[in-house]
Design a protein around this ligand. Structure first.
Ligand code: NAD
Length: 479
């Protein structure tokens, strides 16, 4: 019998007869656990618990909040190997990446523990005589956090930690597909000393719980990370109530490789950016834009490297790429490979399902050449190990192609030219720009977010997180 995990609402464990199994995508006969599916009534209870806890929690001292976040960070870091293993088992990213993500979650809690005492305010001279002007930052209230399945520890951490640090209460709805990591994270934070109701976990179908959370008049802010298909509806529901909203969504991230690129760097950056974590990163490189002079040599070197990639069980030592997350994602990835072929792109490597010792959702990373910017595979987010090469004449054309997308999350360039690197940093229409680095892979202490259809609202992470998780008040005092 797999372990049954309850929802965590108002400091209590709320079970349910309606449960969903959490299946290991590397080995379909392995069930990680069974998770209670929350009802709309459970969600309502969670929102009320958060609302009831808010007056007291919002008036705690920064030191009180520092202590909770710091203790949580310490436990996450101490248990990073175990958490990383759980994450790798339920999501399919290789063990080292899972452990890395757990360590990142711990570091985020440590960082925001520090932010509790750094938030501060301002005193500004009035333009009128004898008046003092002060600017305070106050908690926003009840925050709804909706997260995707691809980073089930890091993304919840970078929403929950700043929310709590600045005195907010949280209703957290993780992706139903990968619930064990978020469950364990909430358990750790709870035991670090949170009063009941400050943080509540509701697991269940996004299509039912998500709209209800976004539309609740008792929620003051919604932080959503997920797809472009869902994000705008969350914003629309929130805005109707005047609820503050922040969206982080998909990408169609370009990586430019110029003639003067170091070949080893170009291949390492492209393979990592496009295929690691099975391409299931919002910052994954999916359009590799390559100039004429290096194109054929680059494609040849990519294929050689791709032939050597170790694609296997996420928990096996030496695995570089694990399975994709579930049957739906695998079917979607394979369908895009078919679409690419039908539209005239040349599949030069990969793109097929793989068999391994255990039954799982394994796929050979695919690379297309002879693709045009207007093809479906170059326009839509695939979110799998599929990338295409677009051949261009020169840097100017590469930049134009890179920017010709409704998305704007991350963009990269591989070049040894300071001139082109500097120009690209200035003229790329994206929230993140990488020079000689993969489009994915970020620091935890600096702002994160995109432009155009990839993002909406203030940046997440680093000291910029306070723009979303605090509300500004301006006070005037006459003597
Ligand atoms: P998704 O949009 O399907 O789901 C995201 C979350 O929203 C889940 O918790 C889901 O249950 C919930 N949800 C589903 N339907 C909803 C609705 N109608 N209303 C409210 N909530 C609803 O995304 P996913 O498949 O979990 O994740 C993959 C997507 O996330 C990709 O598009 C990827 O690019 C994006 N992503 C973006 C970032 C970023 O920071 N920009 C990071 C990671 C993933």
């Amino acid at each position: 019998m797999p372990t049954a995990f309850p929802n965590l609402i108002g400091g209590r464990e709320i079970g349910s007869a309606d449960r969903l199994p959490d299946i290991n995508p590397s080995n379909l006969s392995d069930t990680v656990g069974e998770f209670a599916r929350a009802t709309e009534a459970d969600l309502e209870e969670a929102i009320h618990a958060a609302r009831a806890a808010f007056p007291k929690w919002s008036r705690t001292t920064p030191q009180d909040r520092f202590d909770v976040l710091d203790r949580a960070g310490t436990e996450i870091l101490a248990r990073k190997d175990e958490l990383g293993r759980l994450l790798a088992r339920e999501q399919g990213k290789p063990l080292a990446d899972g452990i890395g993500e757990a360590a990142r979650a711990g570091a985020i809690f440590k960082f925001f523990a520090g932010e509790t005492v750094r938030v501060g305010g301002e005193r500004i001279d009035s333009v009128r005589p004898g008046i003092d002007v002060e600017i305070f930052r106050e908690p926003v209230g009840v925050v709804g956090a909706i997260t995707p399945w691809n980073f089930p520890l890091a993304i919840p951490a970078w929403k929950i930690a700043p929310a709590l640090a600045f005195g907010n209460c949280v209703v957290f709805k993780p992706a139903e597909l990968v619930p064990a990591s978020p469950w364990t994270l909430v358990d750790i934070i709870q035991r670090a000393g949170l009063p009941p109701g400050v943080l509540n976990l509701v697991i269940g179908p996004g299509s039912r719980l998500g709209p209800a959370l976004a539309a609740s008049t008792d929620v003051d802010a919604i932080s959503f990370t997920g797809s472009q298909e869902v994000g705008p509806s969350v914003a629309a529901a929130a805005i109707r109530n005047g609820t503050r909203v922040q969206l982080e969504m998909g990408g169609k991230n370009p990586l430019i490789v110029l003639d003067d690129a170091d070949m080893a760097t170009a291949v390492a950056v492209a393979v990592n950016g496009a295929y690691f974590q099975a391409g299931q990163r919002c910052t994954a490189s999916s359009r590799i834009i390559v100039t004429d002079g290096i194109h054929d040599r680059f494609v040849g070197a990519m294929v050689e490297r791709m032939k050597r990639l170790v694609i296997d069980d996420a928990l096996k030592p030496g695995t570089e790429i694990g399975p994709v997350v579930d049957d739906r994602q695998l079917a979607k990835d394979l369908e895009y490979v078919e679409i690419g072929r039908k539209e005239g792109a040349r599949l030069v490597h990969g793109g097929e399902r793989l068999k391994r010792d255990t039954e799982g959702y394994y796929m050979a990373p695919a690379i297309f050449t002879d693709t045009q910017p207007g093809m479906t595979i170059n326009r839509e987010e695939i979110f799998g190990p599929v990338a295409s090469v677009i051949r261009v004449k020169n840097y100017d054309e590469a930049l134009a192609v890179a920017n010709a997308t409704p998305f704007g999350l991350s963009a990269g360039i591989v070049t040894s030219s300071l001139k082109y690197a500097s120009h690209f940093k200035r003229h790329s229409e994206s929230g993140l720009v990488m020079v000689n680095l993969p489009t994915a892979g970020l620091d935890y202490h600096v702002p994160f977010g995109g432009r155009k259809k990839s993002s909406y609202g203030p940046r997440e992470q680093g000291s910029y997180a306070k723009e979303f998780y605090t509300i500004v008040k301006t006070a005037y005092t006459a003597p």
